[in-house]
Design a protein around this ligand. Sequence first.
Ligand SMILES: [Mn+2]
Length: 438
Amino acid sequence: MSSGSAINLLRERARRAADLVAKHEFVRIYTHHDADGISAGAILAKSLLRAGKAFHITFLKGLNEPFEYERGELLVFADMGSGYADLISQVETDVVVLDHHIPNGEIRPKGNIVHVNPHLVGMDGTFELSASGVCYFFANELGRNRDLASLALIGALGDKQKIVGGNEEIFKKGIEAGVVEEKKGVNLPSGKLRDVLVKSLEPYLDFYKKEEELEEFLEKAGLDGDREFDELGEDEIRRLADAVALRLLKMNAYTGIFDQIIGKRIVLKNLLIKNAVMAVDVVNSCGRIGSMSTALAMLLGDVEAMNRAIRIRDEYVVQILEELKKRREEVREGFCIRYLIMENGLSASPVATTLSRYVFTDKPLIVINIKNEHAKVSARTNEALAERVDLAEIMRLAAERVGGRGGGHRVAAGANIAPDKVEEFLKEVDRLCCAMLV
Ligand SMILES: [Mn+2]
């Protein structure tokens, strides 16, 4: 299906969701605690305020957590819901689901239901439209809300999506509305250049506690580390781009990411943090440590919240950098995988993502975090290896074999298993990877 007709079908569903909102005075919203979910919450908050509707937002890790509602009010699920048809079918009031996860059956609550999801209209929700993007289309049926495009892009970038399909449409609308701009440059967060190079996790440049290497890098590139990254001139940007590319090559980073890092960057003109990479980074960090409301307030324009959010991000990034430094020495090698077993680690997913993209790029990386009698698995690989290896399938099969549950995407998947099954699980994951790689 062409993306134009898919978008029209999506708008039709969004229209019906807006019609359902019109029948209610109060909207109860549940959204996810990550960057996409928080941005979705910000879009819903702005558009409902403008429409004169009362609402309440709660952040959830997922629908395995309990939620409440009262009969007669409108229940909205953002960035969740599509995969929980059974659960939502038990709800006894009107429901709107604004999600981009793969639907698993028809949702039939006792009240009315509108389900808006790119997968239902022939668009791939894994990379063409995120939940905040779905909320953007919904908001624009509710009223004139084109300026919320910048918020939608934070969600798309936070979920590592591409600016194609629905996201490209939002990007264009943002440019038309004068709230989004595309510039030449390098995708790095904001701050003094020296600090930026140390604290960036995407790309990870491996300068943490390597002051000499960093000074040498700056000197060779003819750059002043005290300059504000966002204020660099074209010439400085060009030299920085070359130096970053060379650094990544030397690190053996996955080369497929170069296009995302060097070339174009997005500016969000109507937000407090205009550098899109920095905005995503800050919102993400707040979500990671459980300060979703700080990020939400920042996205709604609160300057004090922004200052708090940036401090949260700085602290969070240093924690991750410490963890990376410590854990990369502990990575072990199997036949077709690399793996890392952490006891009470900070969090498996950012460690797995960064190490698999920038440090250990030749084999899939499995990171297991054992905490409270529970083993949480994050499996990551790059797009090139994922053409042969399907980590979603591998996590599902290997977890099932040891009595756990797993799934996700080809490049990024996860599982939950019992701690005493870790060894058996890893063996099975290795065997399955080898089988797919030959
Ligand atoms: Mn999402």
